[in-house]
Design a protein around this ligand. Structure first.
Ligand SMILES: [Zn+2]
Length: 364
């Protein structure tokens, strides 16, 4: 009997042994940001043409008890890091790495929730689960601080058609902090001097992608992201890659430039190459962190809470489009797959365009 993906554990993708419910937005965060019974908008139902809304504490997915327990450590860690970010105290590389893991978890959790709530119009099967996806690709977070401190949690970009197909970019708002988060394979590898693909070949619809890598340029190019983001902000980038890329291209990854900028470049323990954290100093210089780091306040001046929200929401929708455009550059073995991707992109472009227009008209 085929597995129904809606019944699988959101962490490991298996049938839950001892089934529990995982809160996609963890309880501690729901409580920190307001009344747990308040309504949230978690998806857009394309069949019904309306948003899907219900109480925050009802937003759950199935999970194994053991997976749930395992991930509660990450929740505790993230909670501590969030407190440090709020107060502006020192962070370690480990803090930032765990926080990026946690953002991966929330982003993929929202994606699963979204697919299960939208009536499956586009037949996207959630083949990717939280545990195997955590920390596997280049990832970044840009943190912005609003002058207004209010209790809230919001997401932007989690309910678009582009996110359904590529759940790689979203905005999370927690009280007065805004987290712009992205993660994709080789998102900024080339621009930070790491090996990068010159050619990608897609095997089929939703199938594996073959990468042809080349030597990195061994220096940092600015901006780190091809589509730049609004600055100043507190920004962290971590280059990660599957260990199989390292094993298939040992000559590219064993260069001192790469080795010196990795925490675990062979990926021996975790099946992944883990890069050091890259950040920007207030003078604009990009540095790889070594040990403790006290973030200096980098605040956008003359921006009120409302404009910050609108601007960052627009940034999120634009980056989703830019990412999808890059995927259209792949070489597709099956031409019909490429046509399908173009059609999706056109649809997503229209949808994100409408959302951007609404934002500009003050409708968030
Ligand atoms: Zn599980």
């Amino acid at each position: 009997m085929a597995k129904n993906p809606n019944q699988l554990c959101v962490f490991c993708g298996e049938r839950p042994q001892s089934k529990t419910k995982e809160h996609i937005i963890p309880r501690w965060l729901i409580e920190k940001t307001g009344d747990p019974k308040r309504q949230g908008r978690f998806a857009f139902d394309f069949n019904q043409g309306r948003p899907v809304e219900f109480a925050f504490d009802q937003f759950t997915l199935p999970a194994c008890q053991s997976c749930n327990e395992q991930f509660s450590d990450l929740e505790n860690y993230a909670k501590g890091v969030l407190t440090k970010l709020e107060s502006g105290t020192a962070l370690s590389e480990v803090d930032i790495t765990f926080f990026l893991d946690w953002l991966d978890k929330i982003r993929i959790g929202l994606w699963h929730g979204n697919l299960r709530l939208t009536g499956d119009r586009y037949k996207v099967q959630p083949r990717m689960f939280i545990q195997p996806r955590l920390g596997m690709h280049d990832r970044m977070v840009a943190i912005y601080r609003s002058p207004v401190v209010s209790q809230r949690i919001n997401f932007v970009g989690h309910d678009t058609i582009l996110f359904q197909h590529i759940p790689s970019c979203f905005l999370l708002i927690i009280n007065n902090l805004f987290f712009f988060n992205m993660s994709r394979d080789f998102l900024f590898a080339r621009r930070i001097g790491f090996p990068y693909p010159t050619q990608l070949r897609s095997k089929g619809w939703g199938g594996p992608v073959e990468y042809f890598l080349t030597e990195g340029i061994h220096r940092i190019m600015k901006p780190i992201l091809k589509t730049p983001i609004i600055s100043p902000c507190l920004e962290f980038y971590q280059p990660n890659a599957y260990a199989r890329f390292v094993n298939a291209n040992p000559e590219l990854y064993s260069r001192p430039y790469v080795v010196e900028r990795c925490l675990d470049w062979r990926g021996a323990e975790s099946n992944v190459l883990v890069g050091k954290i890259l950040t920007s100093r207030p003078d604009g210089k990009m540095i790889f962190l070594n040990g403790e780091y006290t973030p200096e306040q980098q605040v956008l001046t003359n921006v009120d809470d409302y404009s910050l929200k609108i601007t960052l929401a627009e940034q999120t929708l634009r980056h989703q489009l830019a990412m999808f455009r890059e995927i259209l550059q792949y070489e597709y073995e099956d031409v019909s797959v490429r046509h399908k991707m173009i059609k999706l992109y056109e649809y997503g472009k229209k949808q994100n365009g409408i959302l951007i227009e609404r934002l500009r008209n003050g409708n968030l």
